[in-house]
Ligand binder design. Sequence first.
Ligand code: OKP
Ligand code: ZN
Length: 341
Amino acid sequence: MQIFYSETHKLHNPPFELFDGGQHMPYLESPERAERILSALRELDWIEILEPEDFGLDPILAVHDADYVDFLRTAYEEWIQVKTGYEKIALLPATFPPRGWSHRPKSILGRAGYHMFDLSAPIMQGTYKAALGSANCALSGAKAILGGERSAFALCRPPGHHAGKSFCGGYCYLNNAAIAADWLTAKGKVTILDIDYHAGNGTQDIFYERGDVLTISIHADPDSEYPAFCGYAEETGAGRGSSLHRNFPLPIGTDDEVYLSTLGEAIDLIQSFDPEYLVLSAGMDLYSGDPLGKFAVTRDGIRKIGARIADLSLPTLIVLEGGYNNAALGENIAALLGKFA
Ligand code: OKP
Ligand code: ZN
C-alpha cells in the first residue's frame, strides 16, 4: 500500500490549546502523532512511503472559499504586524460573531473570529504550509487509487474533517478528505465515510447540497460531545444532496458490537449509493484508550472495522483525521489498514 507523508507537518506545532474553563493544555494534535504512525508503518513489509506531489491551489479552491484560503495564507504575517503587549506565537481571536452578524471585518483579529468556530485551530508561522502539505498527501493518495491502486493511506497532519468551506476549527484548516473526494468526482460518484470519534461537521458543510457525494459520519452524540452544534441524525442533506448526508450519533461507552452494527447500516447506505470511490476519514480517537474519546472500541474492533470497509471492494483512500493516544496510534492504524493491503 502506498502511504503519502510530508515532513512539512512539523511546521505546525502550536504550544498549547485552550480547554473549557480557559485551561491551557499541551496541544494534543502534535507532530509526534504522525511520527508514531510513520515508525509503526515502517515496520510493515507491505507498505511504501512516498512524498506527495504538489497539486497547486485549484483542487483546494474547488472546496474552500477563496477569501478563507487567503486568510489562512496571510493571517500570521498580518497578525505579527499588529502592535500588542504579548508575545505572538499562534493567532487566536477572542471575539466571535453570534447568529446574524455577517459582516467580515478588515482587522486580522476580526477576520480570525469570522473564520474560526472554536479555539482549537490556532494559526502559526508554518500552519498554512503544513495544511497545504497535508492536502497534497490526500490528493496524491486520490491520484494513486485513480491510477488503479486498490487503496492508499494519506498520513495527513493537520487533520481536516472539521474544516468547512470557509471555517477552521478542531485542529483542522483544510479539509483533506473533502478536497481529495471532490477531485475524484471528476471520475465518478464518491462516498466519504467518517469514523473519527467527533462529527465531521466540515465535510458535512462542504457536501450538504451536493448530489455526487454521499457523506456519512459515525461519531459520539454531539449533544454531549464536541462539536456540539452539528452531527445530529436529523441533518440529512438538502437540495440535490437531500438524503445524501447521514449522521450516526452514538452514546458514550459504545463498544465493538454496537459500533460494528452501526457500521453495517452505513455500509448498506454506501452499497445503495453505489459510488466509484470511497474516502475514509480515519480518526483513531474512536479507540477505548483515547484521551479525547469515550467509546469502548478495542484494537480488534478497529481491525474488524477496517475489514468490513475493505469488503466493500471499492478503490479506497484512507485519510488520517484524529486520534491522540500516541502510544497506541501506530498499531491502531496498522490494524485498520491490514485488510486493505
Ligand atoms: C478533532 B478531531 C476539549 C476541547 C477539544 C477540540 C477537539 C477537536 C477534535 N474540551 N477541542 O475530530 O479528532
Ligand atoms: Zn476526533
